[in-house]
Design a binder for this molecule. Structure first.
Ligand SMILES: NC(=O)c1ccc[n+]([C@@H]2O[C@H](COP(=O)([O-])OP(=O)(O)OC[C@H]3O[C@@H](n4cnc5c(N)ncnc54)[C@H](OP(=O)(O)O)[C@@H]3O)[C@@H](O)[C@H]2O)c1
Length: 362
């Protein structure tokens, strides 16, 4: 006889719990019948697969920066051998363009500089020649106009074996402010310098590259194509164009040995951002690693050309991490990214002036 049988209360409790367990097992039966009905079976699995795919995609986006770093770890490539002897760089008398010209010359490429200021062109050409044993040519052209391309094409036709084109030239607004306050001259110049130059230069240079079936075109975009920028709508949108243009052409040319890359830098210490005092101060104080100097940045960006060239890159580890974070949020709401950018522009970077047009709400 068990100990339990001397305690009727307990036996009663056991009976009760047996009843409870019977009813709960009935509930489970009903539930499992409902849960594992053929309909649930299908939707349950589909849901699980969709959920897993979403999680994996988010994770991949979050870790996108790792890809950028891995790409740059490959063994240094002989750019002359793989692509050709000459590199053409637009907007090459200062900032990132000059940095690219220097770095490509260091890797043994002859350089053709294209910029608007003759004195600066001569100085940069001499600087490159004094540092590296390469040939340097230059073409004076102002990309704010559209009548320069015949001259550029003629000048470039005298250069044999163009291997790399860096479509770098670009301008940002001198003042980040309400769209209505930008003048016509700035807006038209932006479109010509940031977009027309890229399209026309690519068109000219591909005529050199296609017969040889080799070459590389680096289009310098910006992280602002990932972050829609209120108060910088024209700049940000011209850079989105660069993203799309690069993807279209890369796909069109995928069966050739001509490679394309869209470089999307974050902030780099150049003249372009020097007038944005609030912004540079913000980064210097809060996140200095996000504001590299030109040399550090271009060295790192050119390293992404080692191995197989990634179609999109930020070119610098800290910018790649920032881009991954932005892209992850954008997967859910690009609008939220734009709103956050608006807040930053408005309250931290002191970019804003009220629109002169009284009716515009903001
Ligand atoms: N700096 C950044 O934080 C940053 C971030 C993202 C993307 N980017 C992109 O990187 C590229 C280079 O920017 P950056 O910061 O190096 O700019 P930068 O320091 O202002 O240099 C721009 C270069 O382009 C030349 N240039 C400007 N307007 C021209 C025109 N109308 N015709 C011919 N040449 C012209 C300039 O010539 P002068 O020497 O005569 O001025 C200079 O050599 C741009 O496409 C920009 O959008 C920059």
């Amino acid at each position: 006889m068990s100990y339990a049988s001397h305690h009727p209360g307990e036996s009663c409790w056991r009976e009760g719990s047996a009843r409870e367990s019977t009813s709960s097992s009935e509930t489970m039966d009903v539930l499992s019948e409902y849960l594992w009905s053929p309909l649930w079976d299908v939707f349950g699995w589909v849901g699980l697969i969709v959920f897993t795919v979403i999680c994996a995609t988010v994770l991949l986006k979050m870790l996108g920066w790792l890809g950028d770093i891995l790409f740059s770890l490959g063994r240094s490539k002989d750019l002359v051998k793989v692509y050709g002897r000459w590199a053409v760089v637009t907007g090459s008398t200062d900032g990132i363009g000059k940095g690219y010209a220097m770095e490509l010359a260091r890797k043994g490429m002859n350089i053709c500089l294209i910029s608007r200021n003759e004195e600066k062109l001569i100085n940069v050409a001499n600087e490159i020649k004094s540092l590296h044993n390469v040939e340097v040519r230059w073409i004076k052209a102002d990309f704010s106009g559209t009548d320069i391309y015949e001259l550029i094409e003629k000048e470039l036709s005298t250069i044999d074996d163009i291997g790399i084109l860096v479509n770098n030239v670009g301008i940002a607004p001198e003042k980040w402010e309400a769209f209505c306050n930008h003048d016509n001259q700035y807006m038209l110049a932006s479109i010509n310098i940031n977009m027309t130059s890229c399209v026309m230069m690519t068109h000219i240079i591909l005529k050199h590259m296609i017969p040889k079936n080799r070459g590389l075109i680096v289009n310098v975009g910006s992280m602002s194509s990932l972050i829609p920028l209120p108060y910088g709508a024209v700049y940000s949108s011209t850079k989105t164009f660069i993203d799309n243009f690069t993807l279209c052409l890369a796909t069109e040319l995928s069966s050739t040995k001509i490679e394309l890359q869209c470089l999307r830098p974050g902030f780099v210490r150049t003249n372009l951002i020097s007038q944005m005092e609030g912004l540079t101060l913000f980064f210097e104080k809060a996140l200095p690693f996000l504001l590299p100097d030109v040399k550090t940045f271009t060295k790192s960006a050119v390293r992404t050309l080692n191995g197989s060239v990634p179609l999109y890159t930020s070119g610098f580890w800290a910018h790649s991490m920032m881009a991954s974070a932005v892209q992850t949020v954008s997967m859910f709401s690009r609008r939220a990214v734009a709103r956050a950018a608006k807040l930053l522009m408005k309250y931290y970077w002191g970019a804003i002036t009220k629109p002169k047009t009284a009716l515009q709400r903001f």
